[in-house]
Design a protein around this ligand. Structure first.
Ligand code: HEC
Length: 248
């Protein structure tokens, strides 16, 4: 219990010598041994000294002859033989003391130094961890509001150069993509080719070159709700194309 107690007292010093698993192992051994010691006192000592016979020697300093016969028969025999309290010869005593005092003194000093050293080896495991000031200041991070969703970025359309504002380069492909699935298959106005587009549909010409204001092509798209609808930017370019004379 002493050894495991010191191991738990100085876990860092212990783990310099032994693997770290020895610390919890020492705790388990220490606790189990403590339970064993308590049980031994309660069961063994209680029964022998208080229940079997009540031993009053602690207060009276003596036992009955019957108790001596059972517990200390050799001492009883010495008492009866009259040899128990013979004084030891002074020479013998001196000889024993000459051996005992130096050995006991040295051992006591060494053990005390060992206890002092082990007890003072380390501070607690907590104080040996370096304190980080910024951790002390803010260990609490307040919840931050979730930003509202924003519109996903859309690609900025490539500006169309004036030179490119022709049926060939821009208008034709635009109609191909957004109009021809209807105007080119179903009869009536066809926007599939320049010639057909300039001819117009049932109500006549839809493109008046140089006059976007009166071109049906523009006015039918202007409200923004045609079955095939151009974007605002595309419609502006279409207007510019018509006003520029609808170049091929
Ligand atoms: C989903 C099919 C569909 C698409 C796509 C479509 N249109 Fe139309 N468009 C129609 C129908 C149907 C009419 C006739 C009824 C009307 O006037 O609304 C029409 C009529 C027109 C007219 C009038 C024709 C006339 O003779 O009076 C023009 C001009 C026109 N569309 C232009 C366009 C343009 C430019 C596009 C492409 C940006 C386009 N349309 C895409 C279905 C479509």
């Amino acid at each position: 219990m002493g050894l495991t107690g010191y191991m738990m007292w100085n876990p860092i010093a212990t783990s310099r010598i032994l693997p770290g698993e020895f610390i919890p192992a020492a705790k388990a051994a220490h606790g189990a041994e403590a339970i064993l010691a308590v049980l031994a006192i309660i069961i063994w000592h209680m029964y022998s000294v208080h229940l079997k016979t009540f031993n009053k020697a602690m207060w009276t300093g003596s036992l009955t002859e019957d108790e001596m016969l059972h517990e200390h028969p050799l001492e009883l025999a010495d008492i009866k033989a009259g040899v128990i309290d013979q004084p030891i010869a002074v020479a013998v005593l001196r000889k024993r003391q000459r051996g005992y005092y130096p050995v006991a003194g040295i051992l006591a000093v060494v053990m005390l130094a060992g206890v002092y050293g082990f007890v003072g080896t380390e501070e607690t495991a907590l104080t040996t961890i370096p304190i980080q000031p910024e951790r002390l200041v803010s260990s609490y991070d307040p919840q931050t509001p979730t930003p509202l969703p924003t519109f996903a970025p859309t690609a900025t359309p490539e500006p169309v150069a004036v030179a490119d504002l022709t049926w060939q380069v821009y208008i034709g492909p635009l109609f191909q993509q957004k109009c021809v699935m209807c105007h080119g298959q179903l009869g009536g106005l066809s926007l599939a080719s320049y010639a057909e587009a300039m001819v117009g549909g049932q109500s006549g010409t839809v493109i008046l070159p140089g006059d976007s204001a009166n071109s049906v092509l523009i006015s039918i798209q202007a409200p923004g709700n045609h079955l095939g609808q151009l974007s605002v930017d595309e419609l502006i370019l279409l207007e510019e194309w018509v006003d520029a004379g609808a170049p091929k």
